[in-house]
Design a protein around this ligand. Sequence first.
Ligand SMILES: [Zn+2]
Length: 428
Amino acid sequence: MILANARLPEGFADVEIAGGLIVATHPPGKAPPANDRIDIAGMLLLPAFVDGHLHLDKTHWGAPRLPHVEGRGVRERIAAERVQRHRVALPIEARAAALVRTLIANGTTRLRSHVDIDNDVGLDNLEAVIAVREAFRDWIDVQLVAFPQSGVTTEAGAPDLLAAALMAGADLIGGLDPGGFDGDVKGQLDIVFGLAEAFGKGVDIHLHDFGEAGAAELRDIAERTIAAGLQGRVAVSHAFALGTIPPSLFEQTADFLARAEVAIMTSCPPSAPVPPVNALRARGVTVFAGSDNIRDCWSPYGDGDMLDRAAIIAERHQMFADRELRDAFALATSEADKALGDPRRGLRPGAVADLVAVEAASVADAVVDRPARTLVLRAGRIAAERGVPSAALASVQVPGALRSSEAETELQMKAVEQALRAELEARR
Ligand SMILES: [Zn+2]
């Protein structure tokens, strides 16, 4: 296959693709003849995007919007979710599949999703998301994190459930605010790192804890990472503490993270004190981007578009120069690929041909303009055109994702809303 007249950073070229990989770039018109030739007429070619943090099991994507239950703290959100999670109109398989199709149409071909593991859902959510991963295996690479949404030491039986999740197919072990939620930093981290070592898995911990307490947890995680020989395989998601501590403590903490090769994931919510991306990167810490919650009980927002995410990050961190806009883009491409391990994307020969073509003159233009994704290729196959999944991608079926008619869905949604309102009224 030849992708002709592509705009690359070094100029225009014909990109030769074979066996799902980029094999060579040629001056325009100089590529060997090919059966399959797509002329992209000077469009900018980008490596496909990586979404480093999602919750495929939580999303309501594809179902009508549920009213957001009020209350801001982590505990309040968990309580609200326990009410809502059993009442969303469509099964997880249907919602996660709908979101995955949208992500791919937006240009994302690799993701990491956390999946709730607790006594309320057991391994049900994980099994549903694994079915989605299997169904879309040819179209997107999916890493799953066993996420203890209801705590580790404070949720009876959580360690055994997490171990079962790792045996059932989760790729990494998660964690949740060891201090702020479980109130037992040592207890939670002993279990999380113990499971990582026992199963040979990476770690990705949700850490919302602010201030010096959160920073101490980050240093603790870094020390444990080195002790377990897990350098390069541990990430901390959010790490809001890094945005709330004085400069000297920040520098000390960032140096711990860099030495241990612990990566920091930011979704850069406009509503939280986020880790300073540029200062972290300047001290050698890998920072990567993710959408986090998309239209679920935690956030009514989100669109699964990593160009939007890069722009949000760039604006929040005053990354305005072209070089800085390229840096923001890297958080959703090369840096995320590095943080997730086994980086194989890029515009170089030998890289997997997961590519996105857009009407833009440069990466900086693409971040600012967020143009439509004219073409998305997955391993050299057309996955989507102009935001619409290809027939092959659209036809992917997930067992368990029963397709209800729109009328049925609407009726279900009305019943769900009524039950929810009644429950909320009863609580007041
Ligand atoms: Zn999350």
